[in-house]
Design a binder for this molecule. Structure first.
Ligand SMILES: C[S@@+](CC[C@H](N)C(=O)[O-])C[C@H]1O[C@@H](n2cnc3c(N)ncnc32)[C@H](O)[C@@H]1O
Length: 231
């Protein structure tokens, strides 16, 4: 039954040419995936100034501002369609979305942000792009700030994730979760194994913490220039 549903979901997604991600991010479960990042942002100074790199349809800025309306957030993405969707879905006086050109340096001053986030972004990119983006994040984050990276962990056996849909609500609303889990399995596993951010942090003498979140389906990594109060 579940398998039939998943297959028909995949076929429907393909037929309508809707990306898995675009559908998944609107599901209830996706907010559970992003929540640990919102919690990590809450643990920041008052009036945090945040940049969300690869913001997609802007779900994270929307969630952060719902928790802290004093935050000032910029979401950027190289996909102009995503930025248009983010602008259409969500407006708030403290949130702006802007299109980012491919390999161009990020258009922000040094030490401009308290928090820089990458959710489900870095693990999709090649080493050179990851390195460039993380160095840019380091340049624009304040000495007291932090860089938060959330990635599918690929840790849990795929079949176990089928049962987890029930944690988030109905299969109809959250059926994209197992599909996402399968689709991100390999990339997430490679990311967890390679410990790319940990190595980057060691090379640049940064503090680093890693926590499995979202019922071990995600890896939350935090990099900071100063000692963290809590991981
Ligand atoms: C899987 S989506 C995640 C979107 C969003 N962070 C979320 O979790 O809802 C990855 C996003 O990263 C964007 N992206 C990929 N490479 C990028 C880059 N070099 N700079 C900015 N955005 C990038 C893609 O266009 C896409 O919207």
């Amino acid at each position: 039954m579940i398998t039939v549903f998943l297959l028909s979901s995949l076929i429907t997604l393909k037929a309508q040419n809707i990306s898995l991600f675009s559908t998944a991010t609107k599901s209830e479960w996706y907010r559970h995936f992003l929540q640990p990042v919102v919690d990590a942002v809450k643990d920041s100074p008052a009036f945090p100034h945040m940049l969300d790199i690869g913001t997609g349809p802007g779900t994270l800025p929307e969630m952060v501002i719902a928790q802290d309306s004093t935050a000032r957030i910029t979401g950027i993405d190289i996909d102009a369609a995503m930025i248009n969707e983010a602008k259409r879905r969500f407006t708030h006086k403290n949130v702006s979305f802007q299109h980012q050109k491919g390999n161009a340096p990020l258009p922000f001053d040094d030490q401009h942000f308290d928090i820089v986030t990458f959710c489900s972004v870095l693990f999709l990119l090649d080493d050179q792009t990851k390195d460039r983006l993380l160095k840019e994040a380091l340049r624009i984050v304040k000495p007291t700030g932090k860089i938060i990276i959330l990635t599918p962990s690929g840790k849990k056996p795929v079949l176990a994730s089928f049962g987890e849909v029930g944690r988030f609500g109905s299969l109809i609303k959250n059926g994209t979760f197992p599909v996402w889990r399968i689709a991100t399995s390999r990339g997430g596993r490679t990311w967890s194994r390679e410990q790319w951010v940990k190595t980057f942090a060691a090379e640049h003498q940064l503090n680093y913490s890693a926590t499995l979140t979202f019922h071990e389906n995600a890896l939350l990594e935090i990099v900071s220039k100063r000692k963290l109060k809590r991981a």
